[in-house]
Design a binder for this molecule. Structure first.
Ligand code: BT5
Length: 324
């Protein structure tokens, strides 16, 4: 709390703020202010201290610190509670465990690094340190378990919009859970839930985004936002803090839209952000594969593929490879 108070004061002032003034506003002693400043410096804040003038904030770290994400976060429930870690096995695993203990809807778990980042079907999500975003959010929607794929599509819409607005890149959605930039995977989504037969207890949406990650740290076919910036912008870094904040805001916006108007507006947006309709795909299911043209997305979020023989087939889970 005191850290946040000190930061708020320093942020508001482009000039120096005297130690005395900080003491007054934060309500603590000079020595305490000094200790807090030291702690903030350790977190990466560049704070100049001059004996006569006082303190001045020179630079803010691009780290997934709750105080930074919450700064000017325009949401009502998402991100009101943010738990941030340096290194975890998986943010989804942590969010799931906390959700079981009753952590409230909208809580966000963030990590700078994951040692066992989870993909679908037991696969791994590579999560190198301090270059990507690894985020999980807990939702408690009143939906049935078979509607969970709608939540994944909602998250994909939110992530694509956040990437577009923050990094100004043409993020495209690939069904069901990827975001591509220049046909390369920059983001993956893993939605997990705890449910009874006809009722969802909670959902954990896990989103991984390669932000400033180097190509050599990623698997084949993957890339990061920074790697995909056009030549004119190659010396830019993409702000992970700005992108995380935007992602949380978009998730809430789309979640509220779903609650208010149902799934159709999300679906319309999904179609606008995906260039899959009409394209040729290879569908890989557990025991068979087939090819066809993407015909549509059905109201439950399943992919409808027109097989070469002319029949329509619904695919609700599986992997899709684009055939070019
Ligand atoms: C996904 O699985 O794409 C879902 C990834 C979700 C990760 C987030 S991070 C925060 C939260 N906490 C977690 O533990 N997980 C979530 P899937 O569709 O199964 O794709 C996995 C495949 O993508 C792997 O088998 C690799 O081929 C590839 N891959 C692994 N790491 C990648 C990366 N960083 N970027 C792009 N592709 C990657």
């Amino acid at each position: 709390m005191i850290d946040e108070k000190i930061l708020a004061i320093l942020r508001n002032d482009t000039d120096h703020v005297s130690g005395e003034e900080l003491c007054k506003i934060a309500g603590v002693s000079r020595a305490a202010i000094w200790k807090h400043i030291e702690k903030l410096r350790e977190e990466g804040y560049d704070i100049e201290a001059s004996p006569h003038l006082g303190y001045r904030l020179l630079n803010i770290p691009d780290r997934l610190i709750p105080a930074e994400i919450k700064w000017k976060l325009r949401t009502r429930i998402l991100g009101k509670e943010i738990l941030s870690y340096k290194k975890v096995d998986s943010t989804n695993a942590i969010a799931y465990a906390f959700a079981e203990k009753g952590l409230k809807e909208g809580s966000v778990i963030l990590a700078e690094e994951q040692e066992k980042g989870k993909g679908r079907h037991g696969r791994t999500w590579l999560s190198p340190s301090e270059s990507g975003i690894y985020l999980s959010v807990i939702l408690r929607p009143q939906i049935t378990p078979n509607e969970i794929s709608k939540i994944t599509l909602l998250a994909a819409v939110a992530a694509a919009r956040a990437i577009r607005e923050t990094a100004d890149l043409q993020a495209m959605i690939k069904w069901p859970n990827h975001i591509l930039v220049n046909h390369k995977k920059v983001c993956g989504i893993l939605t997990e839930m705890k449910a009874e037969q006809d009722r969802v207890d909670f959902i954990v949406i896990g989103i991984g985004i390669n932000v400033n990650t180097q190509m050599k740290q990623l698997p084949k076919g993957a890339s990061s936002l920074r790697e995909e910036l056009p030549d004119s912008r190659t010396d830019e870094q993409v702000s992970r803090v700005d992108l995380t904040r935007k992602l949380i805001e978009k998730l809430e916006e789309d979640y509220f839209l779903l609650k208010k108007d149902g799934f159709q507006p999300i679906m319309d947006e999904w179609k606008r952000l995906s260039d899959m309709i009409g394209s040729r795909v290879k569908v890989v299911l557990q025991n068979r594969t087939f090819e066809g043209l993407v015909h549509d997305i059905d109201p439950d979020g399943a992919l409808v593929v027109r097989r070469d023989a002319g029949t329509l087939e619904k695919v609700s889970s599986g992997d899709i490879a684009m055939v070019r």
